[in-house]
Design a binder for this molecule. Structure first.
Ligand code: ADP
Ligand code: MG
Length: 246
């Protein structure tokens, strides 16, 4: 989208684990309703970047500005900030001892203080939206991977986030289940959700992304609109990566 307000600004972000310098002067801006697909080889720092955006990892230095406000873990309540930022992981992380609807209402009721009745009403709407209206009472172990991931998306949406982060949401799925999850994400994108998606699904990046960001060795190497990015990347490293990927 062209003129949306800035939802995320990252400036000169650095993060190390011990001696391992994982994020190196990362700059990135995500505007409202943008879908940003983050691609790159394993170990390039994609997950660490997402985790820093959600304050699951704490940066060493640089700025993370969420909806115009610079957030620092020592001066802000990151739990509060996290409520605005939903996250979906490769491995669903559903509560195995809770059924689908209980998984979805857990955070709205216990973190946000929404009434159980209201949370259930909203959870049912979300389940309908992800195509699982009939799975309310089912336990995660009885669901396919694609269904679990759609529940995980509904659960994140139940907090009414302004931003959704996805870390390889389809990488753990059998190939025939990837499509249903991508379709749910595509729908969310069309509704105008601001999304940052780490993915190896180049078809999704091509079709849905507003921006494709290529990371290598902890740096952002190239950012482009999908057509330019895939047809005519400017950086040699991007070309190499793409030629190895296809
Ligand atoms: P990607 O998601 O692109 O595969 P990651 O962000 O997961 O990359 O990892 C980048 C590098 O940081 C890797 O070398 C990884 O081993 C290392 N790393 C990630 N998390 C930790 C951690 N908690 N402690 C130590 N090293 C880590
Ligand atoms: Mg990763």
């Amino acid at each position: 989208m062209l003129d949306g307000r800035d939802m995320i600004n990252v400036k000169k972000l650095n993060k190390s684990f011990g001696d391992l310098h994982v994020l190196k002067d990362v700059d990135i801006t995500v505007k409202e309703s943008d879908v940003v697909c983050l691609i790159g080889a394993s170990g390039s720092g994609k997950s660490t970047l997402l985790r820093c955006l959600n304050f699951l990892e704490i940066k060493d230095n640089g700025q993370i500005i969420i909806e115009g406000e610079e957030i620092n873990a020592d001066s802000h309540d990151v739990n509060k900030v996290r409520q605005k930022i939903g996250m979906v992981f490769q491995h669903f992380n559903l509560f195995p001892h809770k059924n689908v609807i209980e998984n979805i209402i857990e955070a709205p009721v216990h973190v946000k203080g929404v009434s159980r009745e209201q949370a259930i009403k909203e959870a049912k709407e979300l389940l309908a939206k992800v195509g699982l209206a009939d799975k309310e009472k089912v336990y995660p172990s009885k669901l396919s991977g694609g269904q679990k991931q759609r529940v995980a998306i509904a659960r994140a949406l139940a907090m009414k986030p302004d931003i959704m982060l996805f870390d390889e949401p389809t990488s753990a799925l059998d190939p025939e289940l990837v499509g249903e999850v991508l379709a749910t994400m595509n729908e969310l994108a069309e509704e105008g959700m601001t999304m940052v998606v780490v993915t190896h699904e180049m078809g999704f990046a091509r079709e849905v992304a507003d921006w494709v960001v290529y990371m290598h060795g902890g740096r952002i190497v190239e950012v482009g609109h999908p057509e330019e990015f895939f047809e005519n990347p400017t950086e040699e490293r991007t070309r190499e990566f793409l030629s190895n990927t296809f």
